[in-house]
Design a protein around this ligand. Sequence first.
Ligand code: PEP
Ligand code: MN
Length: 375
Amino acid sequence: MLAILHPDTPLDSDAYRQTMHFLENLPGVSVRVHEVQGASQKLTEVYLLGDTKSLDRDEIAALPAVERAIRISEDYRILGRHHDDQRQNGFTYNGVTFDQQNLNVFAGLCAVDTPEHVDIMMRALSEHGQQCTRMGAYKPRTNPYSFQGHGSACLPWVFETAGKHGIKVIAMEITHESHIEEIDQCLEKLGRPTGVMLQVGTRNTQNFELLKSIGRQSIYPVLLKRGFGITLNESLNAAEYLASEGNANVVFCLRGMKTDAGQPHRNMVDFAHVSTVKRLTRMPVCIDPSHSVGSRERAPDGLLEVTHATAQGIIAGANMVLADFHPKPEKALVDGPQALLMSELSPFLADIQLCHDTWKERQRLYSASSRTEAT
Ligand code: PEP
Ligand code: MN
């Protein structure tokens, strides 16, 4: 059961005290309070865990500080979308909104290499009105002798360059909790010229200690990649780890599944799950066509397969795209062969917009028939 308190209920009010006293004394039930900072108000959600089957929803809804009570399912308690659950989805970070309706593109370098390449990339993004990018500083690599990323050494110049070009959010993978501190200290020292969305890579989806550390901070939102070899349910539970520790500002990223059945793609493209994740949870959904398809193969219609996969995800309602670009793919230190070229940025963005608009049009097409069915 979830009790949502009236917005901005003061924690020292009689209504709050009486409500909490009642809830905390329910036999066999433990109480977990979760604060949600919305655009204009603060919401307090009180989760009742344990033996809640016999609880009377109306009785809880009638408590002085409670606005609404919702019976929630066991799975994804915080991030899930429950029956009769009209709670807001999404969040705003550093002036950029992430929700289940809108769309943000994170084109950028798989791995940061030279200041010149970072500058070319970010300048091009800013010229195209983009505020977000992807930049890998800490790279998890299969081979221990492969380039592991520049790590904290590159953060100052990456963040300064981002500030110079008006980039507001950088998706940056971290592989260890100490990286949160390194990023935070560097941003603070520079006067926060940009923002960071902490990316959890597919190899770390079930690194529960890393998830807990990231979940315990609420400065930075999180981009959680789906685990490449586990069920969707297991990956969604990984996202719930972040929320259960306190950080519900999570975007869920589909990046393909590792199976030979996906060949000749690098992974089996799983973008049919875009709408599924939106149905099961309130998280905005990202697609990563670069790591799903993993090549620059061109179909007979003249389009790259990676752009076809992108279109499939966006037309199904994806809210974010993570895409590898590089000014000189032949010089890229990681994933050059799958990178898009700077000359492809313009059509890529236009294609994405076209597909996003088409997704909206598709909703209009079907809305009349679903209303008829409901009556
Ligand atoms: C990446 O986005 O650079 C990456 C390593 O992705 P994944 O964790 O999905 O393999
Ligand atoms: Mn990569």
